[in-house]
Design a protein around this ligand. Sequence first.
Ligand SMILES: Cc1cc2nc3c(=O)[nH]c(=O)nc-3n(C[C@H](O)[C@H](O)[C@H](O)COP(=O)(O)O)c2cc1C
Length: 161
Amino acid sequence: MSLLDAIFKRRSIRRYKKQPIPEDVLKNILEAGRLAPSANNLQPWHFIVVTDQKLKEGLIRGTWNRFMKDAPVVIVGCGDERDKWSTVDVAIALENMVIAAAAQGVGSCWIGDFDEEKVKKLLNIPNHLKVIAMITLGYPDEEPEMPSKKKLEEIVHYNGF
Ligand SMILES: Cc1cc2nc3c(=O)[nH]c(=O)nc-3n(C[C@H](O)[C@H](O)[C@H](O)COP(=O)(O)O)c2cc1C
């Protein structure tokens, strides 16, 4: 799949096949995160790859993210809170991973709804790191429609608003 196809066709996937993600495919996804741009190239990030079933279930808050337990992999993106750009940097790295996943046929979903304190405790994340977001990864078992997206004319402004 071309990179543009991967970006244009990507959808958030919330149903996954049981099929595990091969190591080389996962490695490419992690590499795409590692090589992402960051402010001053500080790379203020750590990524926790969660595959253990109990831990995955422990990451879930409420009911609408229950599907996380069926994703073979969850990646927890952490940023150094002493770095003012870490939220942006980690988000860029996670989105690089999402695109690298899509390019290899792996589905994903961003997870922003979680209990940060609970997640930090569960995964032994040091105090100076904040949990920015998570992504689920796995082979899609659904083909969601494109949700409504704003038109370019609504959001793009040339040479001023
Ligand atoms: C920062 C962020 C947090 C999100 N958190 C969740 C979440 O907790 N649970 C979920 O099911 N989807 C979550 N999503 C996915 C969005 O709902 C989804 O991207 C949006 O509906 C557009 O659909 P699409 O990704 O298929 O284009 C999140 C997306 C982003 C970017």
